[in-house]
Every structure is written in C-alpha cells, then in structure tokens.
Design a binder for this molecule. Structure first.
Ligand code: FE2
Ligand code: FE2
Length: 277
C-alpha cells in the first residue's frame, strides 16, 4: 500500500497574487497526510505559458514538499492546442521542463505503473504528441501484471469516450485515439486530472475518473453553468493504492479562502473570450 496526494491548479504568480495564499494553505496540509508521492496535475502557474517569472516563483513555492513531487503541464503552463495566442510550442514545453521536470513520465511502485501525460499535446500530431504515443506504447508493452494510474491536466473525456465535443474542458474527441490504448486497457484503475476546478469521482469500467479540485479558485455558475455532478470546492485528493484498486478521497484545505473566478476573471484572465480554468 502507498499513497499519493494530488494537488492541482494552483495558478501561482508574483504579479497577480490572488491565489498564492491558498497554495500555502494547501501546502501546510500535506505533511499531515504523509504521502509517498505528491503529483501536481497542472496549471501550476497563472500564466507560465508566457511569463517566466510565474514559472520561477511557482517552482520556489513547490520546493521542499514533504514527499517527492511529479508535475504534469496545464494549459496555463505550456499553452493549449485550442488557443491561437498560446499554442503548446516546443519552447513553452521546454521551459516548463526546466522548472518542473519532465512533462511526460513513468514511475513504477510495487504492483503499479504510474504514468504522467502532457494533456496539452494529445492528438495534436506534432513531435511531442508522437513521442508521447510511443511512450504510452512502450509503457504498456512492458507492463506485465501491474495496474495503471494516469495523471494529466485536462481530462481525456468528461463522461464517456463516445461523447461529442465538450469544448475547452476535455481532450477533443478526434484527439482521443492517442490515448485509447490506455483508456481501453484492462489494468487501468485511475485517471486523475485537474483543469475543471471542480471535483468529482466517476467510473470508467474498473477505473476511477478523478477530477481533482483546485487549490486556487472554483468556477461559479457563469463560467461553469453545468457542473456535471461535480462539487464546487477547493481541496486536494488523496489516493491510496491497494493491490487491485485505488481508494480516493477529497480533502478540504483548512484556512483556504473560497475564491470564485467568476468574480475576478476580467482581472485575472482578460479579456477571457472563453472560460479560463
Ligand atoms: Fe487548466
Ligand atoms: Fe486551472
């Protein structure tokens, strides 16, 4: 048995400091949870895709956690394939790696293979997408009887792999072929994502689809009118890995201020032509 604490969407910045204190509140909770590993599922930074200072400051705030740390990139860290202004270029991904380590990783624990993916390049057809498909194929080819847990920022799907487009909120349907070998694998037990700033647990066969809450802000009814059964709360997720399953629980962050992006989006992500989590 081992445990992972998943933190997500800290949106840290030295310029717009609204969410930094909530990260410190989340950080203060971590030692009490005694995790074996901490995984940050992206949007570490407020705007690391363009602001080196956000990356540098966030890396400082993530240093010295009470367990080893793995990070996967979010749209605000490396860009988004749906964004003309901030596409996920090789330069942006390289900058993220300099500050937070590899955007694509595999780590084995007894009985388990943990796979961290860069959701921002899934199905884009570029070099990073091709390298990631190859890494997925290799991870599955050498899997043996290990169970699989996947960590990524943007969910691979919201409710079902057959669903149509869900806009900004998940990997687009036409891109999902890149991750079908994982989603259809009989040993998959957990897909842990961020990005939605809401938390929810759902099932995908024997696997749990865990939407982690943000540490920074939630989305209100203007930016997220339909929460699909999810909860609008700040928090962290704790995953306990057993022989053949993962037990996941939501934990509130003591002392966190319940900030809602709807109230401040024009200041944080102007002009916010689309929702900005
Ligand atoms: Fe995001
Ligand atoms: Fe976010």
């Amino acid at each position: 048995m081992f445990s992972i604490v998943q933190v997500s969407d800290s949106h840290l910045s030295p310029r717009l400091t609204h969410f930094n204190a909530n990260w410190e509140a989340a950080r203060a909770l971590l030692p009490r949870l005694s995790p074996d590993l901490i995984v940050h599922t992206g949007d570490v930074t407020l705007d690391g895709a363009d602001a080196e200072a956000d990356c540098a400051m966030a890396a400082e705030r993530l240093a010295g956690l009470p367990a080893p740390l793995r990070v996967v990139p979010g749209n605000h860290d490396v860009g988004d394939p749906g964004s003309a202004a901030q596409p996920p270029t090789a330069a942006r991904i390289a900058r993220h790696e300099r500050h937070f380590g590899p955007p694509l990783w595999t780590e084995d624990r007894p009985g388990w293979r943990l796979i961290g993916l860069n959701s921002q390049v899934i199905g884009t057809g570029g070099d990073a997408d091709r390298a990631q498909r190859t890494a997925i194929a290799e991870a599955l080819a050498t899997l043996g009887e290990r169970r699989i847990a996947v960590f990524l920022h943007k969910p691979m799907l919201l409710d079902a792999i057959e669903e149509g487009p869900v806009g900004y909120w998940a990997v687009p349907p036409e891109a999902r072929d890149a991750v079908r070998p994982l989603l259809g694998h009989r040993n998959l037990r957990l897909v842990a994502s961020g990005h939605l700033h809401l938390w929810r647990l759902a099932s995908h066969g024997p696997a749990t689809l865990a939407w982690a809450p943000a540490t920074s802000f939630t989305l209100g009814t203007r930016l997220m009118p339909e929460p699909r059964g999810a909860e609008r709360q700040l928090g962290v997720m704790r995953h306990v890995f057993r022989a053949d399953c993962v037990e996941t629980e939501f934990l509130r962050i003591p002392g966190a201020e319940p900030l809602v992006l709807d109230d401040m989006v024009d200041e944080i992500y102007p002009p916010a032509p689309a929702a900005a989590s």
